[in-house]
Write a new protein. Structure first.
Ligand code: C2E
Ligand code: MG
Ligand code: MG
Ligand code: MG
Length: 282
């Protein structure tokens, strides 16, 4: 009898649940097809050194051009790719494409340019990730010091021991390591010292209000000082206004990334921007 009731309750929820499951299935099938049909592409957002005003690197940001849905933001499909595990082959594609395109830029004369690649928690597993990175570097011929891997606090804090091993192995290969979205996850500052990181990225939620919220200003200033005391280069992301830039300069931030200088653009546009030698005005 309880079973019958349970079934009735279940049926009560069927319409909306069915729909969500169907949507998820459709998305998964589309994502799988997208991999086969090569529908992903990378946009690149320049990173600028505040001392010289020069572009020193880029961050690779994935996009998906679906024939029906058009150009899609990673915020729409990365979570589903994470859930279904498709992020592993997609992430592999991102690594390979980013290394290949950065090598092409090196060959075109932009020889010091780094490329940053975002990693997902699902990719962050021993052996698989290291092999994946090794193969992307070997295939492209890009030297490891020009590849930066972005991890988030959550990814490394879940299993810190394992994370430390993975990060050390990557570090031994010669790649650079960055902590993305710093300050919004839960982290222990002592781990920051233990992990072999090179760069700290201040989350854009702090940068956004840095000129009108005293707390965000204090946090941003403290994070820059913390990074420097730990010998990490500090980059601020999401810089979209002149005032934010001035604040970051004043507090000795090393680099910025954001729409104030340039949004994420297709590879061809990045190439043009580099060719024009555009700089951040002093
Ligand atoms: P993220 O790694 O923190 O990347 C920064 C995001 O902020 C990018 O959004 C970028 O376009 C955006 N942004 C940069 N400057 C500004 C600005 O001045 N104003 C505003 N409003 N936004 C700015 P995007 O490209 O939509 O990527 C969103 C997130 O998706 C990324 O956040 C990252 O977590 C994830 N993602 C992107 N590409 C990949 C990928 O290849 N693999 C994985 N696993 N995740 C990715
Ligand atoms: Mg990132
Ligand atoms: Mg970020
Ligand atoms: Mg983010």
């Amino acid at each position: 009898q309880a079973k019958a009731e349970g079934r009735n309750q279940f049926q009560f929820f069927i319409p909306s649940m069915n729909e969500r499951i169907r949507e998820r299935f459709t998305m998964e099938a589309r994502l799988r097809r997208a991999l086969e049909r090569d529908e992903f592409l990378l946009h690149y957002q320049p990173q600028v050194d505040l001392a010289s005003g020069n572009v020193t690197g880029t961050e690779a940001l994935i996009r998906w051009r679906d024939p029906e849905l058009g150009l899609m933001s990673p915020l729409r499909f990365i979570p589903i790719a994470e859930e279904t595990g498709l992020i592993v082959p997609i992430g592999q594609w991102v690594l390979e494409q980013a290394c290949r395109q950065n090598k092409a830029l090196h060959d075109a004369g932009f020889a010091d340019l780094t490329v940053s690649v975002n990693l997902s928690p699902r990719q962050f597993s021993p052996h698989a990730l290291v092999e994946s990175v090794r193969s992307a570097l070997a295939q492209s011929g890009l030297r490891p010091e020009f590849l930066k891997l972005e991890v988030t606090e959550g990814m490394v804090m879940n299993r810190p021991e394992e994370a430390e091993d993975i990060l050390r192995e990557l570090k031994e290969m010669g790649v650079c390591l960055a902590i993305d979205d710093f300050g919004i996850g839960y982290s222990s500052l002592s781990y920051l010292k233990r992990f072999p990181m090179d760069q700290l990225k201040i989350d854009q939620s702090f940068v956004r209000r840095v000129t009108d919220d005293p707390s965000d200003a204090a946090i941003t200033q403290a994070v820059i000082a913390l990074g420097h005391n730990l010998n990490l280069a500090v980059i601020a992301e999401g810089v979209s206004e002149e005032g934010q830039l001035a604040f970051l300069r004043q507090h000795d931030c090393d680099e910025i990334q954001g729409n104030y200088f340039c949004q994420a653009v297709p590879f061809e546009e990045l190439y043009q921007l580099l060719s024009s030698q555009r700089q951040l005005p002093h």
